[in-house]
Write a protein that binds this ligand. Sequence first.
Ligand SMILES: [Zn+2]
Length: 81
Amino acid sequence: MGRFFINCDDASILSTRAHYNDLNSKERFRHNLHKSHCLKCRDFHKKNARFQRGINKLKWVKLTIEEKDRIRQRLLQAMKK
Ligand SMILES: [Zn+2]
């Protein structure tokens, strides 16, 4: 992902990772840039946020560090495609 502008697929991955506080400053910048001109992804990110907040409120989903790591690895793999 050396590009400046990302596509919607990448944006959706960044959106999900953002909710795990897993973005570095460059990724956050790209994601914000994409959202600034893509209504669909802005909407997706908002819905995603609401969903994540809902999950956080319900304490029944607790991810272990191992599980978070697995999610991160899977997302990183998806981004390399
Ligand atoms: Zn988009």
